[in-house]
Design a protein around this ligand. Structure first.
Ligand code: PLP
Length: 396
């Protein structure tokens, strides 16, 4: 008889020829345990999702309660579903005045796809701008604005009209003109290997968009919901987007996404033709209940206030001559090594030593550090010890 690992390889689609093949039995807090009882510390939150930790009791209680009341009732946007309303209300209370209308979807890619459609529909323009090494998801529409030719080329033709600019480059802002519908940009670039840009850059970007009637779409799917030390990463830069995209940790471990704008902009999806964006499962009531519980948990426990201190703790403990740089903001960091080969060896060794980590899609010589926000000082200490020990074990 085949075991689960063999069945997985046989019947579950693979996206690489070298999957990790770990089989977990349970997960709680920052830890997960495999079927052999081995414990792993989760340093990436699978990926940037489990902000409130695995098996969060508040989230589980909310899921259970909602599942017992009702699950799927109707496609999105027709019935008044309590969990959607309460979650939207709570999020809107944290968002600026021009971001008070939420379209819930099921994933990050769908949120960006919805934002692209909304920007095109509202402006009547079709051109878009995105950044080199940007990752916004993998659907056909979103692939069209991905900042990597390698990943795009095999799937052409894609949606035309996108121009790639360099993240943080002021000169490239000259490409923003009145033919462009929107600029889509991660407030903190994730898969590029955690790259930040200056507040001056974001202010100039916002000004250029405003001048030409271009919508600024911020992708906070990876960096939002407190991970950078602010609820929304744009709060670091003194700007507000026209459309904000969220997902990943938004659902407290359940699948949900959202694109958020003003009612005025959002209304363009409701006419000429109506039903401009349709989703069956978007804003699933159980996911909204989980998301609301996760958000309340973050707020009630002041998790965001502790992010900076935790970042500094990681930075102070991760000192090794093989670490070239630690980049990023809050609990969204990249540990830079000299090569992919060494990075891969260190990551493999960390996993062997009970620490889950990985590299970035467009930066394979850096290690991702994105633990649950609930990680304690002791757990940070444990994680850093495993990383340092693993470097010494494999790099001579
Ligand atoms: N945007 C960013 C910044 C992401 O990191 C991701 C996923 O990694 C996405 C969008 C796509 O999200 P999803 O995988 O839910 O489609």
């Amino acid at each position: 008889m085949l075991n689960n690992r063999q069945l997985f390889l046989q019947h579950n689609a693979q996206t690489t020829f070298f999957p990790l093949l770990l089989e977990m039995e349970r997960a709680e807090g920052v830890y997960m345990w495999d079927v052999n009882g081995k414990r792993y510390l989760d340093l990436i939150s699978g990926i940037a999702v489990s902000n409130v930790g695995h098996g969060n009791h508040k989230v589980i209680a909310a899921i259970t309660k909602q599942a017992q009341s009702y699950m799927h009732l109707m496609v999105y946007g027709e019935f008044v579903q309590g969990p959607q309303v309460l979650f939207a209300q709570k999020l809107c209370a944290l968002l600026p005045q021009n971001l008070q209308n939420i379209y819930f979807v099921s994933s990050g890619a769908e949120a960006i796809d919805g934002a692209l459609k909304l920007a095109k529909r509202y402006t009547g323009r079709f051109k878009t701008i995105s950044c080199k090494n940007a990752y916004h998801g993998s659907s056909q529409g979103v692939l069209s604005i991905m900042g990597s030719e390698t990943y795009k080329n095999a799937y052409r033709p894609l949606i035309p009209g996108n121009t790639i600019v360099e993240f943080g480059n002021f000169d490239d802002l000259n490409l923003i003109d009145e033919t462009v519908a929107c600029v889509v940009i991660e407030t903190v670039q994730g898969e590029a290997g955690i790259r930040t840009a200056s507040a001056a850059y974001f202010l100039a970007l916002k000004a250029a968009c405003k001048k030409h009637g271009v919508l600024l779409v911020l992708d906070e799917i990876q960096c939002g919901m407190g991970r950078t030390g602010k609820m929304f990463a744009f709060e670091h830069y003194g700007i507000v987007p026209d459309i904000l995209c969220l997902s990943k940790s938004l659902g407290g471990g359940m699948p949900i996404g959202a694109f958020i704008s003003s009612s005025q902009i959002m209304q363009s999806l409701a006419h000429s033709p109506m039903l401009g964006h349709i989703t069956t499962f978007g804003g699933h009531p159980v996911c909204c209940a989980a998301g609301l519980a996760a958000l309340e948990f973050v707020l009630d426990n002041n998790l965001i206030d502790e992010v900076k201190e935790k970042e500094l703790l990681f930075r102070s403990k991760l000192i090794h001559h093989k670490i070239q740089e630690i980049r990023g903001v809050g609990l969204l960091l990249a540990i830079q090594f000299d090569s992919f080969e060494n990075n891969k060896k260190i990551i493999d060794c960390c996993i062997k030593n009970g620490l889950i980590c990985d590299w970035f899609l467009f930066c394979d010589n850096a290690m991702r550090l994105a633990p649950p926000l609930i990680i304690s000082d002791n757990e940070i200490d444990e994680a850093c010890k495993i990383i340092l020990k693993s470097i010494d074990e494999v790099i001579t």
